[in-house]
Design a protein around this ligand. Structure first.
Ligand code: MN3
Length: 201
């Protein structure tokens, strides 16, 4: 059975970038819903329930076809949100490791260009989805996925992800997604992103 991980900080810790009201709803209702639906869908498939969530979504072809879409959406949601909570932090002054920073610079020229390309990708997603910084074959890429799809489903490793579903920001920012994205840069946990980079490369 999959379980919802606790937040690594208090519900109000990311305010003002993301208010407590959103964090509670997002974690306790939305994320919990993805976990419950994944467990329900796989109730008759203990061997699949035993897989780490990343492995499950990397192997959707092993999931019976009649429940595959439900598992894709909900297990994807569980994996994405589990990552999302960890790549944010209330601590200010978070910075990428020197290795990740030099990779970002050699890929995107400078941090401003990286952030502006990522922001453009995130604000440009039509409807619900995610923007990602991923590693694939040793290279950094900005990707987007629709719905709760994960980069793991297409063979990339997500290092940083931003949820742009309306449930992630609407209560606070209404239709102003670009403002949400701008505020979110202030709470990115670069230590965790760097750790993921180190592990993935
Ligand atoms: Mn969400």
């Amino acid at each position: 059975m999959y379980t919802v991980p606790d937040l690594p900080y208090e519900f109000d810790a990311l305010s003002p970038a993301i208010e407590e009201k959103i964090m509670r709803l997002h974690h306790d209702k939305h994320h919990a819903g993805y976990v419950k639906n994944t467990n329900d869908a796989l109730a008759q498939h203990e061997e699949l329930l035993a897989l780490p969530i990343e492995e499950l979504i990397q192997n959707l072809d092993k999931v019976p076809e009649n429940i595959r879409t439900k598992v894709r959406n909900n297990a994807g949601g569980h994996a994405n949100h589990s990552l999302f909570w960890t790549i944010m932090t209330p601590l200010s002054g978070s910075k990428p490791s020197s290795e990740l920073e030099s990779k970002l610079l050699s890929t995107f020229t400078d941090m401003e260009t990286f952030k502006s390309n990522f922001t453009e990708a995130a604000t440009g997603i039509f409807g619900s989805g995610w923007a990602w910084l991923t590693l694939k074959n040793g290279e950094l890429t900005i990707e987007t996925t629709p719905n709760q799809d994960s980069p793991f489903m297409s063979g990339s490793t997500p290092l940083l992800g931003l949820d742009v579903w309306e449930h992630a920001y609407y209560l606070q920012y209404e239709n102003r997604r670009p403002e949400y994205v701008q505020a979110w840069w202030n709470i990115v946990n670069w230590e965790e992103v760097s750790r993921r980079f180190e592990q993935a490369k």
